[in-house]
Design a protein. Structure first.
Length: 186
């Protein structure tokens, strides 16, 4: 696929099914992610790959976290939380690893990790795969972050759902640059 074609049609794909990326495709996705712009070469990121039964374990974690957070949660809410990670055959947890740095403030490090996440989206699509970046309350739930092994300086910036797009994924409308761009000075 031509690079500009890919960049001009990048689209999130919410309906994902098996197969998950194979080892080679996943390696390429991570290599692209690691090309993210990174002030000071801080490498403010790391990733967890979750697939197969790991997704069920993540669902269990979500269900426990919900009950802990809201003991009144209904059976339906708990069931929904448990099923969330089953919406794709693979989930990549994107973690920003914030480090003290004399020149690179924390927000720049989070942006760099976000650029890495964008790389995952692009590299998935380039290989005929699909991906969808999700966040929600399970990104900063203490129970979840502890069980996933995050340190104090770390933050989940998203769960990237990855798989094979079901055939009905549509490319989003093209926004017009003129609506967002102006010259300065006028
Ligand atoms: C940091 C971040 C978190 C997001 N979290 C969610 C989410 O939890 N649920 C959701 O439906 N979309 C979420 N989105 C938006 C989707 O990933 C997606 O970008 C959006 O549906 C627009 O589709 P498009 O990427 O094809 O333009 C998030 C996007 C970003 C950048």
């Amino acid at each position: 696929m031509d690079a500009l074609d890919l960049l001009l049609t990048r689209t999130s794909m919410s309906r994902l099914e098996a197969p998950a990326p194979n080892a080679e495709q996943l390696d390429i996705m991570y290599r692209v992610a690691l090309r993210a712009p990174d002030h000071g070469q801080v490498r403010p990121w790391r990733f967890l790959t979750i697939e197969g039964q790991g997704r069920e374990a993540l669902g269990e974690l979500y269900a426990k976290a919900l009950i802990h957070q809201n003991p009144q949660a209904s059976a339906e809410q708990i069931k929904r939380a448990r099923a969330m990670p089953l919406r794709a055959p693979m989930i990549i947890v994107i973690i920003a690893c914030k480090q003290e740095h004399p020149k690179v403030p924390e927000y720049e490090q989070i942006i760099a990790a976000g650029c890495a996440a964008h790389g995952l989206l692009l590299a998935a699509q380039a290989q005929g795969l699909g991906a969808f970046w999700r966040s929600g309350e399970m990104t900063d739930n203490k129970h979840v972050t502890q069980q996933l092994g995050l340190q104090e300086n770390e933050q989940i910036i998203g769960y990237m759902y990855v798989g094979t797009p079901s055939s009905d994924c549509k490319i989003g409308a093209q926004l017009e640059p003129a609506e967002f761009v102006s010259s300065w000075p006028n």
